[in-house]
Design a protein around this ligand. Sequence first.
Ligand SMILES: [Cu+2]
Length: 259
Amino acid sequence: MNKTLFPLVGIAAFAVPLALPAVASAHDAGGGTNYQATLDPVATNMVDGSGTATVTLSGNQATVSVTANQLLDSSPHAQHIHIKGSGECPKADAAHDHNGHKAISTTDGLPAYGKIGTSLTTRGDTSPNSALAVDRFPATGSFHYTRTMTVTPDVADAVRANNAVIVVHGIDYNHNGKYDSVLGASELDPKLPQEATAPAICGALNSMPTGGAGTGDGASQASSGGNDTDLVAIGLGAAAVAALAGTLILRRRNTEAQR
Ligand SMILES: [Cu+2]
């Protein structure tokens, strides 16, 4: 399926920098700026997974990508941009007793990462109203999510201030392969187990050190992207970023056309 994208990448690499010069000018007012986060297991929550996230922000338009690995499979994973906290992930001392177990619930983490600003749903509404729209979030243990959306001004401001945090929820505290009541009920929705809403992996978004905007020469950053193809592409420089943005837009249109 991805094979069909490769020709588009090639086309976009030439076409997009001409069509969307603002994307490549990171320092221009209204230009796209890239932010990234490394998603690490939330302390105390018995999570083995990990992930990465990137946000490309242009005005209030955000293209958000989240890659998650080794979370609980066959179970929905709510994911959000959290804002207006301390701009960081909760540490172990944020844990409280949940049904006799030390763990960090979504509420326990609020001082660190803040309230929900954007719900990273797969379709439809992206407001905090969709915080637990379990039928519109990724529902596999490993996934790659990409969506372009309009975010609220307070979310855009928080991202630009490096005060936004990506959180993917849904843990398997007792490693029995499903969300159950080992930690009791969720404080967010008593119909859901605490495991279904507790934060799993988390990372603070920070602007990428792009170097000179408009030079299109950031090749030295390529090695920092690990094995995530999107990060590698971004590391290749501004032109590649523009190409990537074009590819993501095409991919999303493709995906939506199939729905
Ligand atoms: Cu969240």
